[in-house]
Design a protein around this ligand. Structure first.
Ligand SMILES: *[C@@H]1O[C@H](CO)[C@@H](O)[C@H](O)[C@H]1NC(C)=O
Ligand SMILES: *[C@@H]1O[C@H](CO)[C@@H](O)[C@H](O)[C@H]1NC(C)=O
Length: 421
């Protein structure tokens, strides 16, 4: 158990200490002479074009000291490829994203073919429905990554994008959908990091592991601390930003960090007052206190066992998006703990048990938009949503499931009490 915790810690350190290697292996003078005397082979043009048919990746060249530029081109679907091996010559390219080099049964040649994966299957099904004109107005073609797995985000047109795991399960992180810009910037690296910690440790571990701090869109919070030292990291990669000074909380508050952004600080109260400063949240503080209590009890030779009783904090350090009120009901809250709308569920009801606030949070992200989803009283998505005279069925995440229709009662999810939930 201790080793598992250690492992994560090391992973964490590695992630934050990764420094990109420079690709030049010898001094610049050597390369200058080398290039003059030996010359460099022409590089494939693909890296500089990078369109649908001409793409590639810049890599260290397979020459002495990497003196030359090198472009490894990507083959398109159907192009000849080689799986490599001794005596098969130098690699000049590889199959592009989502493709794999496979034997074509018709002629025994190897060609780049589309990988088979769950995400690709979903894309194919979507394409087939689109060809038949059956795709709904609020559907988005599933996005897959270069290895055929689910891309980090999934978007609902005109609503929001949210993070998903490689298997396509929705995870923490949501942001207003503003087209390709959102898709580019929302990498969900932090959210997926938490997901991986959860998966690789899961049960059996006595103490929970606290991962990096995320922002509400699933990216890394630019401010990260390990023990009392705080760094600036890149929000998409989580890598420590070179040349930015770190601080020690015993002397300085996080507000003195170059990357500190007050809008992203959900708990500024911890940076106020006198040193020693902290970078924490009520949930994380609660969790840390419990962990310390257990660790102390082990040292003292007795056993405090919280069992399943550890608070689970959201990756942004909050308690989550729903909260208990003094009367025992549950309400939906935003990341700063402010109630969203008047969504509420009374204890002992079905609505209380099933409350997920996903619709309330989506509508909160959509701000002043006039086309917000209609939520149930408990903040969940109403199964039928209507927009511009057309109605559609949605799942609990708000994803359209069947094609929209102008008459509600022809929808497969129709019930007579569809308006009240
Ligand atoms: C990509 O660029 C190349 C070279 O300019 C061109 O021949 C090719 O048609 C382009 N492909 C697309 C899909 O635009
Ligand atoms: C930070 O936490 C320590 C220990 O819990 C506490 O003594 C200190 O007052 C806190 N500092 C601030 C500025 O809240």
């Amino acid at each position: 158990m201790a080793s598992a915790k250690c492992f994560v810690f090391i992973l964490f350190i590695c992630l934050f200490n990764y420094v990109e290697n420079t690709s030049l292996l010898c001094d610049a003078n050597y390369c200058r002479t080398f290039v003059l005397e030996t010359g460099c082979a022409a590089t494939a043009i693909h890296c500089s074009i990078n369109n649908a048919t001409h793409s590639g990746i810049e890599l260290p060249s397979p020459t002495i000291c990497n003196c030359c530029d090198y472009c490894l081109r990507f083959f398109v679907q159907g192009e000849h490829c080689s799986v490599g091996g001794p005596g098969l010559g130098t690699t000049i390219g590889r199959c592009g994203d989502g493709l794999t080099c496979a034997v074509d049964k018709t002629d025994g040649e190897t060609r780049c073919t589309r990988m088979t994966s769950a995400c690709h299957t979903l894309q194919d099904e979507y394409d087939a429905r689109e060809a038949r004109g059956e795709v709904g107005a609020m559907e988005h073609r599933p996005m897959c990554d270069g290895k055929g797995r689910h891309a980090p985000i999934e978007c609902i047109p005109a609503h929001t994008c949210f993070c998903q795991s490689e298997e396509g399960h929705r995870i923490f992180g949501e942001s207003l959908y503003l087209g390709s810009n959102t898709i580019r910037h929302m990498q969900c690296g932090c959210s997926r990091f938490h997901e991986k910690i959860k998966k690789s440790l899961s049960s059996g571990l006595r103490l929970p592991v606290i991962g990096p701090r995320c922002t509400s869109d699933g990216n890394f919070n630019p401010v990260q601390c390990i023990d009392r030292t705080c760094y600036c990291v890149d929000p998409t990669t989580g890598l420590v930003q070179d040349g930015v000074k770190s601080i020690n909380l015993d002397e300085h508050p996080i507000t003195t960090l170059e990357c500190y952004n007050r809008n992203l600080d959900l708990f500024p109260i911890y940076s106020e007052g006198k040193p020693p400063y902290n970078y924490t949240s009520p949930c994380l503080k609660d969790l840390k206190d419990k962990i310390e209590l257990v660790e102390q009890s082990v040292k003292d030779g007795y056993n405090v066992d919280y069992g399943g009783g550890f608070t689970e904090c959201y990756p942004d350090g909050t308690f989550g998006r729903s909260a208990l009120t003094r009367t025992g009901s549950k309400v939906c809250i935003d990341d700063r703990g402010r109630q969203i709308g008047d969504y509420e569920a009374l204890p002992g009801t079905d609505a209380f048990d099933k409350m997920d606030c996903k619709c309330a949070v989506t509508s909160y992200h959509m701000g002043a938009s006039k086309e917000k989803p209609v939520c149930c009283k408990n903040g969940n998505f109403r199964p039928i949503q209507c927009r511009r005279g057309m109605c559609r069925c949605v799942d609990s995440d708000g994803r359209q499931t069947v094609q929209e229709s102008a008459s509600v009662n022809t929808l497969s999810c129709f019930t007579f009490d569809w308006k009240t939930c």
